[in-house]
Design a protein around this ligand. Structure first.
Ligand code: GCO
Ligand code: MG
Length: 404
């Protein structure tokens, strides 16, 4: 079953996506998400210029061998661009394998380890009261787990809080350039404990509540926040600090039992090996699209399983329906599954990427179609051309560049 064609499809149905489509000599197609938010064309070029020439003529069923061929063969290993490109190839090959054998990909990964995949939704508001109302609406929509983010008094905007218009939070002053945000740790640390005290008072003890710090604190600041949140029993506190310094989490761990999650920006097992083996985190957020595809993500999950760490894959709307479909096959089959992030895509995105996964009762299921159960409407995709866009940048009140 040789690969006969490889196509890199860049489109922008509401936001930019990069998709790899492989076709075998007998016409079986496979898709892989290759989207790296704000750096999309770097991956598209890596695929088109460097990987596509290597793929034509290869046996599509040699998934493990192809992974190592592309990883070790590059000489320059790891990193988000390389690993996202490899992820797209890997994901497309699993899709082809499933279609070729007539089974959904989760059956190739060991079959169901559970009946459905619990997801968490997003809720946010300009202040505590508005955020409590938004969380209540998300619960009413059927979610059993909700990430809550609220505005910070004294700051014009903050991560995770829109201005009512979908996507408004990232609206740049100059189109095609990064928007700018401002940050105050002091103001932020003042409001978050109040938010979760109010959420528990209004919504009770059972709802799974999550919060994303988004890489913005120092370890001792994160330790303080974790301690203050302990009475509210969060499901997790996400990205408390930038995680290049994996041992930085030791300091947080020494001070708080609030569960910790990190990893959405990681591109390989080496980015989280210490975090996992020292049990410095409780959930690993690595994704199919950015951590080398299903093949590598399974390695990360299996290492995590040995150390009581569960999965909690990233699932924002800048990861395409192709990634989400693949993630659900992974989530359904991996033993140490924790939770899956789910931000529904826009209607135009769903039209470009018709898929079989469905939400019900706070969970998603990938469906029973052979392969991943997702396709791309290339003609419709072509009507949404690439539109350069960046993730925001963030600065402290004195202008110092800070993690966004
Ligand atoms: C999350 C993430 C997103 C990221 C975005 C970057 O927890 O869903 O932190 O909000 O900022 O996916 O592209
Ligand atoms: Mg996050």
């Amino acid at each position: 079953m040789k690969i006969a064609d490889a196509k890199v499809i860049v489109c922008s149905p509401g936001r930019n996506f990069v998709t790899l489509k492989l076709t075998t000599e007998d016409g079986i197609t496979g898709l892989g998400d290759a989207t790296l938010n704000g750096r999309e064309l770097a991956v598209a070029s890596y695929l088109q210029e460097h990987l596509v020439p290597l793929l034509i003529g290869r046996d599509a069923r040699r998934i493990e061998e192809t992974w190592h061929y592309l990883y070790k063969g590059a000489y320059w290993r790891r990193g988000p661009v390389t690993m996202t490109a490899i992820a797209a190839v890997d994901t497309a090959l699993w899709d082809i394998q499933g279609k070729g054998l007539g089974v959904p990909v989760y059956q190739l990964l060991g079959g169901r380890a559970r009946d459905s995949v619990m997801v968490y939704g997003h809720a946010n508001g300009q202040d505590v009261a508005a955020t409590v109302e938004a969380v209540a609406r998300t619960v009413a929509a059927g979610y059993r787990a909700v990430r809550a983010q609220c505005g910070v008094p004294g700051l014009p905007d903050t991560y995770g809080v829109g201005h009512g218009k979908p996507g408004a939070i990232y609206e740049p002053a100059v189109k095609g350039m990064p928007s700018e945000s401002v940050w105050s740790t002091e103001k932020y640390l003042e409001v978050v404990p109040k938010l979760f005290a109010k959420l528990r008072a209004e919504l009770g003890p059972d709802l799974h509540l999550l919060h994303d710090v988004h890489h913005r604190l120092t370890p001792i600041e994160a330790a303080r926040l974790g301690k203050e949140l302990e009475p509210h029993h969060l499901f997790w506190l996400e990205d408390p600090v930038p995680a290049e310094l994996q041992e930085g989490f030791r300091l947080i761990r020494q001070h708080t039992v609030t569960p910790l999650a990190t990893g959405e920006v990681f591109s390989s097992i080496y980015d989280c090996q210490q975090l996992i083996t020292e049990q410095l985190i409780d959930y690993i957020r690595t994704t199919v699209v950015h951590a080398g595809g299903l093949t590598h993500l399974r390695r990360i999950a299996h290492l995590a399983e040995l150390h009581h760490v569960r999965t909690g894959a990233h699932g924002a709307t800048d990861l395409s329906p192709v990634c989400l479909a693949a993630a659900l096959h992974f989530d359904l089959s991996v033993h140490n599954f924790g939770i899956q992030e789910y931000m529904p895509h826009s209607a135009e995105t769903d039209r470009v990427f018709p898929h079989g996964y469905r939400f019900s009762d706070g969970a998603l299921h990938p469906g029973e179609a052979p392969g991943l159960g997702v396709e791309i409407d290339e003609a419709l995709a072509a009507t949404f051309p690439y539109d350069r866009a960046y993730l925001p940048t963030n600065r402290k009140l004195d202008g110092t560049v800070h993690s966004w």
